[in-house]
Design a protein around this ligand. Structure first.
Ligand code: C5P
Length: 301
């Protein structure tokens, strides 16, 4: 995330993520699933502006009328969780006015709501002068949602547990920024809970090591062959229209894309391109098919 101080408050650019690999290791007694996933941030951002409100209210406005602006929104949840953690004395005065401009589609598997929540935690911790220790902030992030802690450590990490145990990968930023992709966001969404509910965990999970090695190597061709998402067939059963997106990416062929995958629990797909020109060629071919919003993106914070 990128934070900029304004005359009053702060502005945060909250990135989307792609899952380059997602395996489900099993179902846990708490109802969640044990995951192993490789996530990377991309240059598609929501924009938040936050300012202190001395009245003590937490008020969110959002340019997308389809999204809730009450306690159902992860931004409000993040503000409330942080305020509660600051203790009962502090909470009386801690208020915020937050404005959210959405570019990351919802229910797309791109982590938009989670990234907005992580941005809110970091920004309000500064604005409210709380100096919450990093470990505690991660704990609070995990309470808000499984993907929220990743965005505190983005741009690239392996995430385990529910997704909240984050192991950042120390990769050369130039290698990460060298990966270009084409993003397709279909007009239909997939609820994360539905995707997990429709899944039978595998007897023999796919290993994550080859995809990490391929990412480190910086070669899109190698990485493209290692992309994997256990939730993709489930999402395609829930939303049959998604099969058309996969077919359209497949039809572009290996001369244009090095591989393609659904991100997270869907419904967005991405195709890995050799370079920006290949990604733009893919965008121009996909743009007229009516399969969803098409956009060229690059990996990185
Ligand atoms: O943590 P988050 O709120 O993003 O999860 C949404 C839903 O997705 C959960 O309520 C659960 O049904 C499912 N989920 C899961 N295993 C995970 C993450 C999410 O079953 N590791």
């Amino acid at each position: 995330m990128v934070i900029r101080h304004l005359a009053e408050g702060v502005e945060v650019l909250a990135p989307a993520k792609l899952n380059l690999f997602l395996e489900v290791l099993g179902k846990r007694p708490d109802g969640f699933h044990e995951l192993e996933t490789l996530m990377v941030a991309i240059d598609l951002h929501d924009r938040l502006t936050l300012a202190v409100d001395d009245s003590g209210q937490i008020a969110l406005t959002c340019d997308d009328p389809a999204l809730p602006t009450g306690a159902d929104n992860l931004v409000v949840k993040a503000a409330e969780v942080l305020r509660a953690a600051a203790g009962p004395d502090a909470s009386k005065a801690l208020g915020a006015r937050i404005s959210l401009e959405k570019s990351i589609p919802a229910q797309a598997g791109l982590g938009g709501g989670s990234s907005d929540a992580a941005a809110t935690l970091v920004a309000l911790d500064r604005l409210w002068d709380l100096h919450t220790p990093a470990g505690r902030l991660r704990e609070l992030a995990g309470q808000i949602g499984s993907d929220v802690p990743f965005f505190l450590d983005a741009p690239v990490a392996v995430c385990r547990g529910r997704g909240e145990r984050v192991e950042p990968l120390d990769l050369n930023p130039d290698v990460i920024a060298g990966f270009h992709a084409i993003l397709v966001c279909p007009p239909v969404g997939v609820r994360t809970a539905d995707a997990f509910a429709g899944l039978t965990p595998p007897d023999r999970p796919e290993p994550i090591a080859p995809v990490i090695d391929a990412l480190r190597g910086g070669d899109p061709g190698r990485l493209g062959r290692r992309l994997f998402n256990r939730l993709q067939p489930v999402a395609e059963r829930i939303q049959p229209a998604l099969g058309r997106v996969r077919a359209a990416l497949n039809d572009l062929g290996s001369s244009v894309l090095d591989g393609h995958l659904m991100s997270g629990s869907g419904s967005a797909y991405f195709g890995l391109a050799r370079n920006r020109e290949a990604a733009e060629l893919a965008a121009s071919r996909l743009g007229d098919l009516g399969i969803g919003m098409v956009r060229v993106v690059r990996c990185g914070p």
